[in-house]
Design a protein around this ligand. Structure first.
Ligand SMILES: Nc1ncnc2c1ncn2[C@@H]1O[C@H](COP(=O)(O)OP(=O)(O)OP(=O)(O)O)[C@@H](O)[C@H]1O
Ligand SMILES: [Mg+2]
Length: 221
């Protein structure tokens, strides 16, 4: 059985009477343990596709199945519950909460998962150690380099042991060295069994994946 399956999925945005077909009749299947890159020009629908596959948004038409369960018509609360349990996200702009420390950013998803304080702290420290940031747990995001901030974001994405990790241009704001570190962590996670779905513009980054899905004007090629 596929871990993730999209069947004829479209997403149409309505804005001021104009409709934008961001994704059009996309079908794809991703198996457990795969490392897949999604490539395409700017505006081709990569992020939209990722949001649909990652329970951040629902399609205008078509069906999305996660572990065989149709998630296309779930409400926001139901989607949030699935995300918290099954999915980790890493974004180009890190999306950390600026006023709280690295450790608190990482442990935040555990509050929603109902984990007690002591265990939250323990698990957050372990997750930060895994991404090589043991010495930075008390730092605020603006006291960290871009590469370090992205590793905090990866630690946060990992905290609930999600089966799937979505990364939308995770190296887009990083220098080559920090980008390499981030890609090595993602590769390592894949070898440990996590399914990785990575959006990128760069061929060198896509080369880390076993397979590339190309999208153009909202359509999968
Ligand atoms: N909330 C929205 N409302 C209206 N249109 C949107 C919305 N989000 C995205 N779009 C449009 O949908 C299309 C696909 O956007 P998307 O963000 O998925 O592209 P992308 O491939 O991720 O681009 P990039 O590489 O620049 O990040 C674009 O034309 C965009 O303008
Ligand atoms: Mg995008």
């Amino acid at each position: 059985m596929s871990l993730l399956k999209l069947v004829g999925v479209s997403k149409i945005y309505q804005l001021d009477g104009v409709s934008v077909k961001a994704v059009e009749k996309a079908s794809l299947e991703i198996k457990k343990g795969e490392f897949v890159a999604i490539m395409g020009p700017s505006g081709s629908g990569k992020s939209t596709l990722m949001h649909l596959a990652g329970c951040l948004d629902t399609p205008s038409s078509g069906k999305v199945y996660l572990k065989g369960k149709n998630i296309s018509n779930l409400n926001e609360a139901e989607l949030a519950r699935i995300r918290n349990k099954e999915i980790g996200f890493v974004f180009q702009s890190f999306n950390l909460i600026p006023r709280i420390k690295a450790i608190d950013n990482v442990s935040l998803p555990l509050i929603y998962a109902g984990v007690n304080y002591e265990n939250r702290i323990k698990r957050a420290i372990r997750a930060l150690e895994k991404v090589g940031l043991k010495e930075r747990i008390q730092h605020l995001p603006n006291q960290l380099s871009g590469g370090e901030q992205q590793r905090v974001a990866i630690a946060r994405a990992l905290i609930n042991h999600p089966e799937i990790i979505f990364a939308d241009e995770p190296t887009g704001n990083l220098d080559t060295k920090s980008g390499d570190q981030v890609m090595k962590i993602l590769k390592d996670l894949n070898q440990k069994g996590h399914t990785i779905i990575l959006v990128t513009h760069e061929q060198e980054i896509a080369d880390f994946a076993q397979r590339t899905i190309k999208i153009r004007d909202g359509k999968i090629e």
